[in-house]
Design a protein around this ligand. Structure first.
Ligand SMILES: [Zn+2]
Ligand SMILES: [Zn+2]
Length: 345
């Protein structure tokens, strides 16, 4: 079967590899129907030290179950499923508290990889997979796009809002206008925020967020951006959702909050020098980490998509065949598309 591999910095190709087999009782083999490129995949794509033939870091897909291990009772061959990037057990303290993105039992095995391929082996399938009613042919392309976001970006945006405890009436600022930031806007609206300000300099992304529930956009950055946000909100924000993962984005998020405000962060951190004590004087609550994909999908997000209450699939502004995966990465890296979807035959 075909699978995407990194060939050198800034280039992805296809390799012919063995089709995966069931290895553990809790495995499922899934035939991929739609997969995509994640902002986090671009870190591997750009890495000048990437070894040739390195497996892709893709981790978001929807597909059809082909085969299951003997311990899997929740899905059967032929079922249409969301393959979350996380693999919680559903039973440990973390999973029961709704933090299956960081399952206590699956410390080094909780994330997917290699999903930009024709087939995958999905480990810890019994609890973590999310069944979708019907078959792909029952859904429009737009609906398939929204279902695909439930493997990562929509639950990740939702996680930022949940850990920051966005509540009815809150004034929320979203830092980051990529797919996760767009989904954080949707999540803040779902949870009843009264005002949602997106910080973005790109007109198409501003427009998308305004259609999803943002009430204002701010293009300025730094001190200028903070001043503008405070003008719009008539003071500091209750909540800032940081969806980038850089120190500049964290500074921006902390800067827009009033004292006692809350920051939720879901951008994978590419900094390590932020001390816990730095928010003491402002009494700011900080929380974040990997999203609880399975929990949110099962509790609220799958229903919200199927009922047409939310349309996160609009973040996929371009589609490609697996053969064109290099272009899919390139267009995202050059910001020509917000998020690239791969349509399998
Ligand atoms: Zn992702
Ligand atoms: Zn667990």
């Amino acid at each position: 079967m075909k699978s995407a591999v990194y060939t050198k910095a800034g280039q992805v190709g296809l390799a012919e590899i063995d089709r995966p087999q069931i290895e553990a009782p809790d495995d499922a083999i899934i035939r991929i129907v739609r997969t995509c490129v994640c902002g986090s995949d671009l870190w591997s794509y750009r890495n000048p030290e990437i070894e040739e033939g390195h497996s892709n870091s893709g981790h978001e897909a929807i597909g059809i179950v082909e085969e299951v291990g003997e311990a899997v009772t929740t899905v059967k061959p032929g079922d249409f499923v969301i393959a979350p990037f996380t693999h919680g057990c559903g039973q440990c303290d973390a999973c029961r508290a709704g933090y299956d993105g960081t399952c206590d039992r699956h410390i080094d095995t909780n994330w997917s990889g290699g999903v930009q391929a024709e087939y995958i082996r999905f480990h810890f399938a019994n609890w973590a997979l999310v069944k979708i009613p019907g078959q792909p042919s029952d859904y429009s392309e737009g609906m398939l796009k929204s279902l695909l976001t439930l493997a990562d970006v929509m639950p990740t945006g939702y996680h930022a809002a949940r850990v920051a405890n966005v509540q009815k009436g809150d004034k929320v600022v979203v830092i980051g206008d990529g797919a996760v930031g767009q989904c954080a806007v949707i999540a803040a609206k779902m949870r009843g925020a009264s005002q949602i300000v997106l910080m973005s300099r790109h007109e198409d992304r501003q427009q998308m967020a305004l259609e999803s529930g943002a009430t204002a956009v701010v293009a300025e950055r730094g001190e200028e951006g903070i001043t503008k946000v405070r003008e719009i909100l008539g003071g500091g924000a209750d909540v800032a959702l940081e969806c980038v993962g850089t120190e500049v984005a964290v500074e921006q998020a902390l800067g827009v909050l009033h004292n006692g405000g809350r920051m939720g962060f879901v951008g994978v951190p590419h900094y390590n020098n932020r001390a816990l004590g730095s928010t003491f004087a402002q009494n700011i609550s900080v929380a974040g980490g990997a999203a609880s994909v399975t929990t949110y999908d099962k509790q609220v997000l799958l229903k919200a998509v199927l009922d047409g209450d939310i349309n996160p699939g609009r973040v996929f502004t371009s589609s490609y065949k697996l053969e064109d995966i290099d272009q899919a990465y390139k267009d995202m890296d050059e910001r020509k598309t917000i998020k690239s979807m791969i349509v399998m035959d």
